[in-house]
Design a protein around this ligand. Sequence first.
Ligand code: 5AD
Ligand code: SF4
Length: 470
Amino acid sequence: METKTTVIAPEELQKQAEICGEIRARWAEAGRTPRAFVDTYGCQQNEADSERIRGYLSQMGYGFTDQEEEAQIIVLNTCAIREHAEQRVFGNVGALVHTKRAKPGQLICVCGCMAQEQHVADKIKQSFRHVDLVFGPHVLWKFPEFIHTLLTSRGRIFQIPDEAGSIAEGIPVVRQDKVKAWVSIMYGCNNFCSYCIVPYVRGRERSRKPEDILNEVRELVAEGYKDITLLGQNVNSYGKDLDEPMDFADLLEQVNAVPGDFLIRFMTSHPKDATQKLFETMARCEKVAPVLHLPFQAGNDRVLKVMNRKHTIEQYLDKIRALRALIPDIVLTSDVIVGFPGETTPEFEDTLKVLEEVRFDALFTFIYSPRVGTPAAKMDDPMSREEKLANFNRLVALQDSISEEKHAAYIGKTMRCLVDGESGDSRYPLSARTPGNRLVRLTGDPAVIGQFVQVKITDANKWSLFGEMA
Ligand code: 5AD
Ligand code: SF4
């Protein structure tokens, strides 16, 4: 397996920047400010990619709109993790046929993880002829070149390269938020959990250089960002492919040393790579938020083995105990899949036992969805949809009661929270986050958005906390 990271040469990116300039000049000559509509599905990695797509679009002279019918260019940045996400994308792509009919010359682009799947590209080629451009995440850096070709010649472009992936530094970024920012520290995944499409569409693990990450963090802090999330499919294996290997805990320590008043978060972690060193670093670094998202997926060892998760539930619980010994008030969240092929109801009940034992603050729960090309999609799956749904409902009900109890325990406490925006609720007009990232709906003046304030928690339900400025 290729482990060294391929970095796109700066000259190549310079060429893309020049193409952006040419496109901008074309629009300026025509005396128009074109508009772009960018729609993002799925995870934070996709959000981060959309910020780069917006960066490129902005350099090409495009402004932005949230109305498809006003846009000269539409970009759908898609997610392939579950079938439901894919169906939504197909539904929305289908509907764009009318938008395009009303606006000839409109460019429709589909990118992201779905675009990297051959069967999806084939379907778009045959059944969605109004789509002009399909490109996978590996070639996002060539987006300006694709748009230039579409604007200057006829035809459609399908770019889904079969390669391990690369790293491109220096793509422009237009961020969506002024308080919270994503920083990708690595791309791809080598774990091949048997249900998961990510390693097939995002390629092998590759790490950005620490200097590049630290420079980006310094810039964000200088711009006033207060909440920085380090992103990767499996951040705990950061650095293994670097010329001078370092691990994620070392990186965390270096990010923590960047001067300024800001919080550091990270996701996602794989239990097999979450080490005692990482926990000690989290405990020691004052800017690292006291929260860990550590997916366990299933509570039964047989199921974990077939999922190819490479750890047992006892090993998982040991890590949670070790972490709690160091950071007693750590906020813990996790991902769980219900109805993995062959999982029986007694095996599913082992998942409930893990919930009772760990008492997560929040849980992201999914019903297994077969993904073409993954090993699990070929496994026998005898359990009925109804039984899976019944198990899923039991899981959600148990977690709801735990979340509600955990939230109730905050009432009366005063804590330093980051006010991150407006909530849309007239009684509690502000939205804030506790250090552990629990949502707080807050009374107060919007002038404090972007600041850390002391908040007294006055009420709670299973979804959020409510508070006032102390
Ligand atoms: N079906 C259901 N859930 C899935 N996940 C990943 N692949 C699948 C699938 N095929 C869930 C896992 C992962 C989260 C991001 O999505 O729980 O941690
Ligand atoms: Fe998918 Fe497993 Fe990689 Fe997470 S660690 S992205 S679940 S293959």
